[in-house]
Unconditional design. Structure first.
Ligand code: FAD
Length: 283
């Protein structure tokens, strides 16, 4: 099997190619996920549209306090970016948690989000940070909050031929702390067995003013553990309250049995790692 490879330098050109070839075309950025699916015969496009030369899709910038990461920025660029580190060190950590340096040098932030594998690292952290992607199609541009982007395993709400141009991470409210923890008991470059991304802000009296808890790898999409958040909001985050919230996170997890563990084990690990993440935020 073979395909025609296109390398447009303008976004309009990329969109036009995807529109012209319809179901016969597939976009690629770093091609790390694409190549695995192609080799397994799960994708058989006649036209592949490479996005890496489209300059407007790259780069990382500060936009009035919001962090904007271009779709073709690699994980390595994001991990090492002073702007990302300044915005949220835990986000830099989530990018650095992806596989190996070799994969991070190739794989892009936009490709990761569009691939929508629930065991990936950045999606959970970006959802905890209330990020949204900017998506463009011949019909126009729209913002898609991450909570609406992920629909199912390897499935997003992007329309056919629609491209992510960037992910936008809003400014964090002053005093917000964030954590990303990845539990990978097999090898250091594996996908997570369970990951937890959390943000927490306390008011002057020490109570929790705002909190977000997102679980990765334990459901068809990253899961926002809203019951755990509700247990914490307005409360003093002492050890007992954090343990209660972590138990609720366990109940929110919806994992499957696979090579990384049984569903029951992953649920329990969701509790353990949520408790650890939350404790680190109030320490
Ligand atoms: C060996 C290995 C280990 C890995 N381990 C981890 C890990 O530990 N943690 C983790 O988070 N991830 C891991 N990954 C997944 C990796 O992060 C993704 O494969 C990668 O981020 C996808 O980015 P890409 O640029 O290579 O996408 P591509 O392979 O180019 O594309 C993937 C999909 O996204 C679509 N796409 C790409 N860019 C866009 C865009 N701008 N707009 C719309 N659609 C787009 C493509 O059409 C395709 O369907 C691993 C991958 C490999 C190969």
């Amino acid at each position: 099997m073979s395909y025609a490879y296109h390398e447009p330098s303008e976004l309009d050109e990329a969109l036009a190619l995807l529109a012209r070839h319809g179901d016969d075309a597939h976009a690629v950025a770093g091609a790390t996920a694409f190549m695995l699916l192609y080799r397994q015969g799960l994708l058989r496009p006649s036209h592949v549209v490479g996005l890496r030369r489209v300059r407007s899709l790259g780069g990382i910038r500060d936009d009035g306090g919001a962090l904007v990461i271009g779709a073709t920025a690699t994980h390595r660029e994001a991990e090492r970016s002073p702007l990302v580190a300044r915005h949220c060190a835990a986000l830099a950590r989530a990018f650095a948690s992806v596989a190996t340096v070799r994969v991070r040098n190739q794989a892009t932030v936009g490709g990761n989000l569009a691939h929508a594998d629930p065991a990936q690292d950045p999606p959970a952290m970006l959802l905890a940070l209330d990020a949204a992607v900017t998506a463009v199609s011949p019909g126009g541009t729209r913002e898609i909050p991450l909570a609406e982007l992920f629909v199912d395993v390897l499935t997003t709400s992007l329309a056919p031929g629609e491209l992510i141009t960037a992910v936008r991470v809003p400014a964090l409210a002053p005093g917000t702390r964030a954590a990303y923890v990845k539990f990978l008991p097999r090898t250091a470059d594996d996908y997570a067995t369970v990951s937890v991304a959390a943000t927490l802000r306390r008011s002057e009296d020490g109570r929790v003013a705002d909190v977000r808890v997102v679980l990765g790898a334990v459901g068809p999409t990253p899961i926002r553990a809203t019951s755990a958040e509700d247990a914490l909001r307005g409360a003093a985050p002492d050890a007992a309250r954090i343990a209660e919230a972590a138990a609720l996170a366990r109940d929110a997890a919806d994992p499957i049995d696979d090579v990384r563990g049984s569903a029951a084990y992953k649920r329990e690990m969701a509790r353990v790692w949520t408790e650890r993440a939350l404790r680190s935020l109030v320490a």
